[in-house]
Design a protein around this ligand. Structure first.
Ligand SMILES: [Ca+2]
Ligand SMILES: [Ca+2]
Ligand SMILES: [Ca+2]
Length: 254
């Protein structure tokens, strides 16, 4: 299942609440034996805690949990964690965290955090299902604004992609994994425009390159235009030449 389709389904739900932007904690620290859930409707209740849950709800009286099956799953693979806001008749539930086991191996691999308007604000994912988060996403107004990836498996991001209005605008890469970017890619309209390289890893760009793909595409376009112009000129010359010849011939014969 693609992450995109998953995101679409997630985005469909709208939850309204009025809690201040609480520390919508998706911790990951789960020490000690698990306390009873405040409100779990889980057939897999005994399994909770073994599935790499990252939503924070254990031991929290102000949280409630709902678990269920996603489409095509015959086992519980989705967990929603709600904050309980207000008391008595005013009490209501607000979705703050949701996690999914997308490959149905029993371990949660995507977790999303929501703000008090029901908008997704961030996501973490274990895209290669090794149990370690390798992808971090930030959302702005319902769209991805930043996406970070860990490409060498050290648990820290080394590639950061920035998006403007849903289009890729900039990429920073840390190719020697020293924690600092050394390649910068600048995009225009989602197309790579130029690339800056920090060759000695001192944090400063040593060379700006135009993207070779863009250069080749521009050259190919020029060659095509030249070829088309030559064909056009040849066709015109050929036609006109014939007429001229005929005209001369007919003129000579006059
Ligand atoms: Ca999984
Ligand atoms: Ca992983
Ligand atoms: Ca670096």
């Amino acid at each position: 299942m693609s992450r995109r389709s998953m995101g679409g389904r997630w985005g469909a739900a709208v939850w309204i609440g009025a809690l201040a932007l609480l520390a919508v904690g998706c911790g990951g620290k789960e020490p000690g034996p698990k306390p009873p859930l405040t409100s779990a409707v889980s057939k897999a209740g005994s399994d909770v805690g073994m599935d790499l849950s990252r939503c924070e709800y254990k031991g929290r009286g102000d949280r409630s949990v709902v678990e269920g099956n996603g489409p095509g799953s015959d086992r519980v693979n989705i967990r929603k964690v709600f904050a309980i806001v207000g008391t008595g008749e005013d009490a209501r539930k607000m979705l703050i965290c949701r996690e999914v086991d997308t490959n149905l191996d029993g371990q949660m691999d995507v977790v999303r955090v929501f703000n008090d308007k029901g908008d997704a604000i961030s996501e973490q994912a274990d895209t290669d299902y090794d149990g370690q988060i390798d992808t971090w996403v930030q959302f702005a107004r319902g769209r991805v604004s930043m996406l970070q990836r860990d490409t060498n498996g050290d648990g820290k991001p080394d590639e950061t992609r920035y998006y403007l209005d849903g289009k890729l605008s900039r990429v920073q890469r840390d190719t020697n994994y020293d924690g600092k970017p050394d390649v910068w890619e600048i995009y225009s309209g989602g197309v790579l425009e130029r690339m800056g390289l920090d060759l000695d890893f001192d944090g400063h760009v040593d060379r700006w390159d135009r993207d070779m793909v863009a250069v080749r595409a521009a050259e190919a376009r020029e060659r095509e235009e030249e070829a088309a112009a030559e064909r056009k000129a040849a066709a015109e010359d050929g036609g006109a030449g014939g007429e001229v010849t005929d005209a001369r011939v007919s003129a000579r014969h006059r």
